[in-house]
Design a protein around this ligand. Structure first.
Ligand SMILES: C[S@@+](CC[C@H](N)C(=O)[O-])C[C@H]1O[C@@H](n2cnc3c(N)ncnc32)[C@H](O)[C@@H]1O
Length: 209
């Protein structure tokens, strides 16, 4: 977590805009094609980083809670979404994704770009999914975009091994072998789907309506 320092946050904020611009409209279109997504406009961006993705949803009429551990990342998020924070459509909350409770309920929870594999161990991941399930409205949708795993992308095993060496992410070696579908199912989610896109794996799952 130390990695998300002020210097890193500044660079992340400058360099990671294109990713959010590309991914956010795809996520929004997917969510709005679901039964609840046709009317509910409440988003929780879990591990929101500098809030680039959140801004897209705010621009499209959503109310957004951004949640993250890193104060420097959250400072940029507040700045990027400043008019919406001032207008009450956005708030940014500091906390641990594996141990949180929020008073609102959300139609959509997203967690994008290598978040799960930052968690320290399996217990933290289990706890994270339980927290997410609690804050979703019935019929609400969770979308996770994270690293590929060995079972779905064995051709990238060397890249995954190099990633593990280059970045200090304690859970990553277990994450790439983990059965995330089974974990989502154990947390109560249904309609679980997963697809790999180059180095990313994207899961969607729904809370029982
Ligand atoms: C690679 S960044 C992704 C940021 C953002 N989701 C995006 O798509 O650009 C990972 C983020 O996860 C946050 N994070 C990592 N572990 C966390 C935890 N246990 N609780 C809350 N935030 C966490 C970091 O502070 C960082 O902002």
């Amino acid at each position: 977590m130390q990695a998300y320092s002020s210097a890193f946050a500044r660079i992340y904020n400058e360099r990671w805009v294109e990713h959010a611009r590309h991914v956010a409209p795809i996520l929004r279109a997917f969510y709005e094609s679901t039964a609840l997504g046709a009317e509910n406009r409440h988003l929780l961006d879990l591990c929101c980083g500098t809030g680039q993705l959140a801004v897209h949803f705010l621009e499209h009429g959503y109310t957004v809670t951004g949640f993250d551990f890193s104060e420097p990342m959250l400072r940029y998020a507040c700045k990027n979404a400043a008019p919406y924070v001032a207008g009450g459509q956005a708030r940014f909350v500091q906390g641990d994704a594996s141990d949180f409770a929020l008073d609102e309920r959300y139609g959509l929870v997203v967690s994008t770009f290598d978040v799960l594999n930052h968690l320290p161990d399996e217990a933290a991941l289990r706890a994270c999914f339980a927290c997410v399930y609690r804050v979703l409205e019935p019929g609400g949708v969770l979308v996770l975009a994270d690293s590929i795993q060995l079972a779905d992308s064995p051709q990238f095993s060397v890249a995954m091994e190099n990633f593990r060496r280059a970045f200090h992410e304690p859970y990553y070696p277990d994450y790439i072998r983990d059965d995330i579908d089974a974990r989502l199912s154990a947390a109560g989610f249904q309609g679980i789907t997963a697809e790999s896109h180059f180095m990313a794996r994207v899961w969607a799952a729904q809370k029982t309506p």
